[in-house]
Design a protein around this ligand. Structure first.
Ligand code: XMP
Length: 326
């Protein structure tokens, strides 16, 4: 019968049988699926695995560190970090169209990951043994949705973009294929992964770039990251994390409004809070957060983030609104 202990044991055995003494790579996104998949493979084959983390600079406060420090400390995984922050900033410079942002981020991600994979392959290959396997955090619902076949090695990047070129064709290792999300979380806890990673709410692959309405700049990212960190901290402190599906914080970077602070007039930007309740993100309702929690979030953001002088609440269900603003 089903226990997380059994699942781990069984998957460890399967992974060992599949990869033998071959080498494996795994792309970490900061999300729970890739983290648990990577941790399981690490448990099974240790240093035959290299994890790759592309830091595109679009994650929320503390998330890159979670991967680079906490995940590594918890698993002992061998990690290859690519600092692509400047590259993504350059590629996104001046772009405000949402689909254009997604396209650019997807394209850059693939390019950077490909190069990283080549680097890992070259390095590991020179140490004997080719890199033949790519880990993917495919869950059972993904398998059902896509008709159940195991395809060629496409990166199911969180950006829903293309495959790897032929000279980088890997065989897939998918240790989460039989699991639902809550089971994946249970396995993650059992493997000792950081709570913040295991219980992370869904977060879009294009990250904060699609939560800035307007062009993405490093300064705007910094503002949004600060406001988002406050909202998250207050929701966590109020014990609401598991009641909410997601709570995007959106920066209306091209909108300004007049405010007053102390003796002075301000002319700052609004941020939108978008707390939603949902089962599967296909439909959603706006979450009726307690007023005092909303008040604390608003007070803190406007006090602590100088560029933001107004906090507004999105009270639209999905449909007609989407969860994200872009
Ligand atoms: P929407 O905004 O369409 O979002 O109601 C539904 C869910 O999907 C997430 N989302 C994305 N996830 N890449 C992703 O990996 C994307 O481009 C993307 N856009 C939206 C969103 O956070 C929500 O969970």
């Amino acid at each position: 019968d089903w226990t997380t202990g059994n699942v781990i044991e069984e998957q460890v055995a399967r992974i060992r049988a599949q990869v033998g003494d071959g080498k494996v790579i795994c792309a970490l996104s900061g999300g729970v699926d890739s983290a648990v998949a990577g941790a399981l493979v690490q448990r099974a084959v240790g240093d035959q695995l290299t994890c790759v983390f592309v830091d595109h600079g679009l994650l929320r406060a503390g998330e890159a560190e979670q991967v680079e420090k906490d995940f590594v400390a918890a698993t002992g995984v061998k990690l290859h970090v690519v600092d692509a922050v400047q590259r993504f900033a350059d590629a996104l410079d001046g772009v405000s169209d949402p689909e254009q942002k997604r396209k650019i981020i997807g394209r850059e991600f693939i390019r950077v990951f490909e190069q990283a994979a080549r680097d890992v392959v070259a390095k590991e290959g020179s140490e004997g043994g080719e890199v033949k396997f790519l880990v993917q955090g495919t869950l059972y619902p993904d398998v059902v949705e896509s008709g159940g076949g195991t395809g060629a090695a496409t990166i199911k990047s969180h950006h829903n973009v293309g495959g790897l070129p032929d000279d980088l064709a890997f065989e897939l290792v998918e240790p989460l294929r039989a699991l639902f999300k809550d089971e994946v979380r249970a396995v993650g806890v059992q493997l000792g992964l950081p709570e913040a990673m295991v219980y992370r709410q869904p977060f879009p692959g294009p990250g904060l770039a699609i939560r800035i309405v307007g062009a993405v700049t490093p300064q705007r990212l910094e503002v949004l990251r600060a406001a988002d960190a406050i909202a998250r901290a207050e929701l966590t402190a109020a014990g609401l994390d598991r009641d909410i599906w997601q709570c995007p914080v959106v920066l209306l970077a091209d909108v300004r409004s007049v405010g007053v602070q102390g003796d002075g007039r301000t002319y700052g930007h609004p941020v939108v809070l978008r707390p939603v309740s949902s089962e599967d993100a296909m439909t959603a309702d706006w979450t009726r957060l307690p007023y005092d929690v909303l008040a604390r979030i608003s007070t803190r953001i406007t006090n602590e983030v100088p560029e933001v002088n107004r906090v507004v609440l999105d009270v639209t269900s999905k449909p007609p609104g989407t969860i994200e603003w872009e």
